[in-house]
Design a protein around this ligand. Structure first.
Ligand SMILES: [Zn+2]
Length: 254
C-alpha cells in the first residue's frame, strides 16, 4: 500500500512531485466519497486539481470511469487546449470547458468540483440562492452565486467563461437546471464545500416542504460564515472523511 502524503505545515512540500502525489491522492479520495454519497449520474461530474508546476494544466477523472473505481494513478492531466498529456484516457469535454475557464479566471483556485447530485440539481431548478436557515449553510452566506441560464450540455468554451464569470470570487455556484459547482484552495476544501452544499440543498428542500423556515439574521449569518466558511474550516472538515475512505478503500491511493 503506498504511503499517504500528509499535508505539511504551511502547505510546503519538499518537492513538486510530493505535492502532485498529495493532490492526486486527495482527488481520488474525493471521487470515492462522491460515489459513496451517490453524487454520480452516469458519466456526468468532474473534480479537478491544478498541477503544482504546470499551472494551466489540471488533473481530472477519465471520461466514463465510475467515481467509485478511481485510483490516483487513473487520473489524467489535461492542458489548456483540452489535450490529455498524461494518462492516455479521454477527458469529458464538459469537464475541460467548465474547469479550464474556472482555473484560468481564478488563480487562487486549486480545485473545483461539479456533479449532478440529486438535491443540488433539484434546488438548482429554483434558480435562486440558498437561504441562511442552518448553521452549516452559512458557509455559503454571501459566498455563492447563481448561474441563471441553461443552454444545454456545456461544450463551448464561451459557456465555460460565462460560468466562471457568474462564479466570480465566490466559493460556489448553483448552475440553474443543472447542479452545483464548488471551488477551493485545496481538493479537500472544494470537495467538502460540494458535500455540505448538497446537504444544505437537501435541508432547504426538506424545511421548505414542512413549512416556512425561520432565517438566521444577516449579521449572525455573516458571523457564522466567518466561523464555518473559511478555507481552513473547509479543509479541516474533509479530514475525517478522507481518513474513513482511505481505511475502507486503500487502493484509491495507488
Ligand atoms: Zn454537469
Amino acid at each position: 500500500m503506498p504511503e499517504v502524503v500528509q499535508y505539511p505545515k504551511g502547505g510546503v512540500f519538499d518537492s513538486p512531485e510530493e505535492d502532485r502525489t498529495y493532490r492526486k491522492q486527495r482527488l481520488a479520495a474525493a471521487f470515492r466519497l462522491f460515489s459513496k454519497f451517490g453524487f454520480d449520474e452516469g458519466v456526468a461530474g468532474h473534480i479537478t486539481a491544478r498541477d503544482p508546476e504546470r499551472l494551466d494544466h489540471f488533473w481530472v477523472n477519465p471520461f466514463a470511469m465510475h467515481f467509485g473505481q478511481i485510483r490516483a494513478s487513473d487520473l489524467i492531466l489535461v492542458n489548456h487546449h483540452g489535450e490529455v498529456v498524461e494518462g492516455g484516457k479521454p477527458v469529458n469535454t464538459a469537464a475541460f470547458v467548465i474547469h479550464s475557464q474556472i482555473h484560468a479566471a481564478r488563480p487562487d483556485v486549486m480545485a473545483a468540483a461539479h456533479s449532478h447530485s440529486i438535491y443540488g440539481k433539484s434546488w438548482s431548478a429554483m434558480g435562486r440562492l440558498l437561504d441562511p436557515i442552518t448553521q452549516d449553510v452559512c458557509a455559503f452566506y454571501e459566498d455563492h452565486a447563481v448561474f441563471d441560464d441553461y443552454t444545454g450540455v456545456v461544450l463551448d468554451l464561451e459557456e465555460g467563461k460565462r460560468i466562471a464569470h457568474a462564479l466570480a470570487d465566490n466559493k460556489a455556484a448553483i448552475l440553474r437546471n443543472h447542479g452545483l459547482l464548488t471551488v477551493g484552495h485545496t481538493v479537500d476544501e472544494a470537495a467538502w464545500w460540494f458535500i455540505t452544499m448538497e446537504r444544505s440543498c437537501q435541508a432547504q428542500l426538506l424545511a421548505a416542504s414542512a413549512g416556512t423556515p425561520v432565517l438566521i439574521d444577516p449579521a449572525m449569518a455573516r458571523t457564522t460564515a466567518g466561523q464555518v466558511g473559511s478555507h481552513l474550516a473547509g479543509w479541516f472538515s474533509f479530514q475525517p472523511l478522507f481518513d474513513r475512505i482511505v481505511r475502507e478503500q486503500p487502493d484509491l491511493l495507488d
